[in-house]
Design a protein around this ligand. Sequence first.
Ligand code: SAH
Ligand code: SF4
Ligand code: F3S
Length: 437
Amino acid sequence: MKKLFLQTFGCQMNERDSEAVEGLMIGRGFQTTPSIEDADVVLYNTCSVRDHAEQKVFGRMGDFLKLREKNPRLIIGILGCMAQEHGDNFFKKNPEIDLVCGTGNLNQVPDLVESIEERRSPRLAIDRLDEEYSLEDIHHRGDAMKAYVTIMKGCDHRCTYCIVPYTRGVERSRRSESILKEIKDLDRRGFKDVMLLGQNVNSYGKGLDEPIDFAALLEKIQIHAPGISRLRFITSHPKDAHTRLFTAMRDLPMVCEHLHLPVQSGSDRVLRRMKREHTIRWYLEQIEEYRRFVPEGSLTTDLIVGFPGETEVDFLETLTLVERAEFDSAFIFTYSPRPGTPALKLDDDVTSEEKNRRLQVLLAAQKAVNLKKNQALIGKTIEVLFESRTKKGDNRYAGRTRTFKRVVAASSGGICGEFHAVRITGVADETLIGRLG
Ligand code: SAH
Ligand code: SF4
Ligand code: F3S
């Protein structure tokens, strides 16, 4: 059997795309391998969101040469966002690459690989950026309990720093019938935790010929796949986060009490320059509303420091927001200029030392908020779905609460895939420590 090594960088959407590609390749007689040395086909599903993400992939190019020397018949492919962005430049700079396949062409990967095997000539496939959803009906899953389900692709916002609209195309929602078919199948197979994926799940339904919005989709899933205990979704844009969504979160038992609502900055001036289409006042009003409807719910966010023109005052506003909004956790990034984005025209005037300083200050502030919020849970008993044994090799298992907090607890028997009531006894970094009840 031919062997496939596939490594994924970037977001959950890439994880799901990779899983689907793996499924397609298995359907063509491939078997996956965790060892790159054994592989007949090596695929990297890549991310362009920040320079750092791209450097991780560019850093592998030297390995490709060595692998090719050892196995001249090896096929090497670059998939996903970097493929979409750089196109045939990959071949020019790295002739050892055989395949460059963009985000909308992934369903063609097995055919492309076969044609390379036959003709030994490189293939470029990046012409379907705005294609409709084309990775349906792929049953292969890397996990037996948790599953990602893509409900929309692309993005119609144009945040000035962001490359995603250029690597993922315009926004397209997937037909609800197709989504439900996939989730009903997951339900039948015993999956417990489903995460719906899209760049802006709140605008789900736009452009479809059926009258449906995101809250209505959640309702349909609740009705038609009742065995799914936990339904999650990412990402929501603050502009379209409305009471209708919070009502659905309150009323539908399977929808988890967790909202990821990227704010990016605490300064209205910076938000305007980012073209985020929301103000801090609007954001605070929405999260207040969310907390009124879902009092036990958690809130997480994304933040960027050092955007062009960000002053110390702007930064302090972000710091104040972190303290005021009390995020359960936050992904905090330093601004990274991206090719082709509107912000590239702005002067990247915050020095990298200053960006890093702001990053450290904000990380420390968020860490303190996180600790305070987690400590407030000590003594409480919370439902945890256990996922894995911890790496330490003792009898400790890690799982998630409905609010997406990580919990570690000891157990003498295997508990992966099981729900347990856990009494929280302590906190270590961002993890809750607990005892099985
Ligand atoms: N669609 C999602 C975001 C996808 S990108 C949303 O709008 O919420 C994930 C995160 O990466 C963004 O929320 C942002 O915080 C960060 N990001 C995107 N482009 C960036 C850049 N050029 N530099 C630094 N961080 C960036
Ligand atoms: Fe990027 Fe903005 Fe679209 Fe999110 S909403 S993917 S940050 S352009
Ligand atoms: Fe990265 Fe593409 Fe996701 S740029 S964050 S892999 S959409």
